[in-house]
Design a protein around this ligand. Structure first.
Ligand SMILES: [Fe+2]
Ligand SMILES: [Fe+2]
Length: 318
């Protein structure tokens, strides 16, 4: 049975959620709300950071100086998104090293799309356009999430995501309107990234393990299927502008629904990739570990600096 105190706290929490007020780090919150947020926010942070790898792979091979500068800025933005989100997750009482450990040991997940390889320059275009495009649809909705630090991080992140989406579309546009070989590269990249982009919204609502409670707590504001439909509806006309063939032959405008119909996602592939058997899962984590280990000297310097400051403070207090 709940004590009088915790019943009052629960009631206060419920009132805030009902009235669309944000929950802040010092507010009381149910344990499961906290756990659910840590899972979702850290998964989001890991996705931003792991997502730097497939694109970072092309920085040295970008076709022009301008493309290189834009891609560098974009990949750096993703590092920044990871930092905002790790910091926001830490406000829930978990440390950065615990979060990184969960990623590296496979306890925490990240977006399955980043386990696919980037085979050509057109893939950088397809990622910016489709992957960042799908991320924006999700993140715009998360700007209204009930946890204050997460919501504020999303507002900042969305501003940068729309630039990411545009730079990707611009790459696709240049290729699609270029030589037949370039157009074919664009078509091939879109075909490969289309389905994994749709998978980014997660399983169907009926299959989604965490959706119900997350919606109740207003952590999630729109369902996976609604967000996926929104993405399809906004992207199909962009495919038409590019003059590319649809990546899914079942895409068709449905007058009655006022939405595009589309084919069924291969969910078996989704679960395989999420559970570690995608083409690049092993490589992504291996690279993350190596980069993290290489950065040990920075953490060591921070610790040494902190110890020195503490010592100075102790001396001046004495
Ligand atoms: Fe991002
Ligand atoms: Fe992005």
């Amino acid at each position: 049975m709940q004590s009088v105190d915790s019943a009052a706290e629960q009631a206060e929490f419920d009132r805030k959620i009902a009235e669309e007020q944000k929950i802040e780090p010092t507010d009381w919150m149910p344990d499961d709300y906290r756990k659910n947020l840590i899972r979702q926010m850290s998964q989001h942070a890991h996705s931003e950071v792991i997502g730097m790898q497939p694109e970072g792979n092309w920085i040295t091979r970008a076709p022009t100086l301008r493309r290189k500068a834009v891609l560098l800025a974009k990949v750096q933005d993703e590092a920044g998104h990871g930092l905002y989100l790790y910091s926001a997750t830490e406000t829930l009482g978990i440390s950065r090293s615990e979060l990184i450990d969960a990623l590296q040991t496979g306890k925490a997940k990240y977006a399955s799309i980043f386990n696919y390889p980037t085979l050509s320059w057109a893939d950088v275009g397809a990622i910016g356009w489709l992957v960042d495009g799908a991320a924006i649809v999700n993140q715009i909705s998360l700007q209204r999430t009930s946890y204050g630090p997460y919501s504020r991080a999303m507002i900042r992140i969305c501003k940068e995501e729309s630039f990411h989406q545009r730079q990707g579309y611009e790459i696709m546009y240049a290729l699609a309107k270029g030589t037949p070989e370039q157009k074919q590269m664009a078509q091939d990249a879109m075909n490969r990234f289309w389905w994994p982009s749709l998978m980014m919204f997660g399983p169907h609502d009926s299959e989604s393990a965490h959706s119900g409670r997350s919606m109740k707590w207003k952590i999630k504001r729109q369902s996976n299927d609604d967000l996926r439909q929104k993405f399809i509806d906004q992207t199909v006309p962009q495919i038409e502008v590019l003059g590319l063939e649809m990546p899914d032959p079942e895409i068709k405008w449905n007058e009655e629904r006022g939405h595009y119909d589309s084919g069924e996602i291969n969910w078996e592939e989704f679960y395989q990739v999420i559970n570690g058997s995608g083409p690049c899962n092993h490589q992504r984590i291996k690279h993350h570990k190596a980069a993290h280990d290489n950065g040990e000297w920075v953490r060591e310097a921070v610790r040494a600096y902190r110890a020195k400051q503490n010592q100075k403070a102790a001396e001046s207090a004495a």
